[in-house]
Ligand binder design. Structure first.
Ligand SMILES: C[S@@+](CC[C@H](N)C(=O)[O-])C[C@H]1O[C@@H](n2cnc3c(N)ncnc32)[C@H](O)[C@@H]1O
Length: 234
């Protein structure tokens, strides 16, 4: 898999990943991590956690990844790792690692995959986590409430009722049992660059959806049963 280490894009092999994992009791994976600041902060606050940020665009992670790759005394965070990959093609090396999976303010194809939802992307996300792991997503509700705009993007409304009727069974089929589903009234549980940007815009609404990883009820076409098995065995 491709990792953004400092300002360079490198191939990160299994041995290097194992070395990174060593000594860490927990793994957090943040998909659509953007500039990586959320991962850097989580790594600072939780030295026992290997924090892995994944984004389709490596460029945005360069600055924070550069800081994380320094010596700890100079702001380095050896427990922060940045991977360049899309949610549609997540590296198998990460299968079954995470006990916390976060997706904060996704946009474009990641947002669409979560709100439609897309069974294959959900299955790919499920493969990243251990059974019992927590998924926490923060969704920009305002985009969906602006119906003319959302319709141009092909996005249906996201109401409590639609979450229950359509997202709950689809997430469960992928192996995520929904726990919380509500519009936030006050601070979001995760402070991220994009969250801050949205808060500055007036009247922005955020939906919190959390889930717990359970056994998948079905395997969608295209998702390999072997990969699902690998996730369960870690
Ligand atoms: C609005 S930004 C949020 C960044 C960060 N999570 C935050 O809260 O500051 C959305 C991010 O999702 C990433 N993204 C969108 N579609 C993606 C996909 N299919 N796979 C991986 N990343 C994706 C984008 O590259 C972008 O960095």
């Amino acid at each position: 898999m491709r990792a953004q280490i400092g300002k360079t894009l490198v191939d990160l092999g299994p041995a290097e990943l194992r070395a990174r994992l060593e000594g860490h009791a927990h793994v957090l994976i943040d998909v659509g991590t953007g500039d990586g600041r959320f991962v850097y902060r989580w790594a600072s606050a939780n030295p026992d956690t290997l924090c892995i940020g994944i984004d389709a665009v490596g460029e945005r992670m360069r600055e924070v990844s550069h800081r994380a790759s320094r010596k700890p005394a100079r702001g380095g965070r050896p427990n922060a790792l940045f991977i360049v990959a899309s949610a549609q093609a997540l590296p198998e090396e990460l299968d079954g690692l995470a006990d916390t999976l976060t997706i904060n303010y996704p946009w474009s194809s990641l947002f669409t995959a979560l709100v439609l939802p897309d069974p294959e992307v959900l299955a790919g996300l499920r493969r990243l986590v251990r059974p019992g792991a927590e998924l926490v997503t923060l969704l920009n509700q305002s985009v969906l409430d602006d119906r003319p705009y959302a319709e141009r993007l092909g996005l249906p409304p996201l109401t409590d009722e639609r979450v229950e009727a359509e997202l709950r069974p689809a997430y469960l089929a992928a192996g995520f049992e929904l726990r919380e589903n509500r519009l936030l009234d006050g601070d979001a549980p995760h402070q991220t660059s994009w969250g801050q940007h949205l808060t500055l815009g007036s009247g922005r609404r955020t939906r919190l959806v959390t889930a717990q990883a359970v056994a998948a009820a079905s395997t969608p076409a295209g998702a390999s049963a072997a990969a699902s098995g690998a996730a369960e065995s870690v």
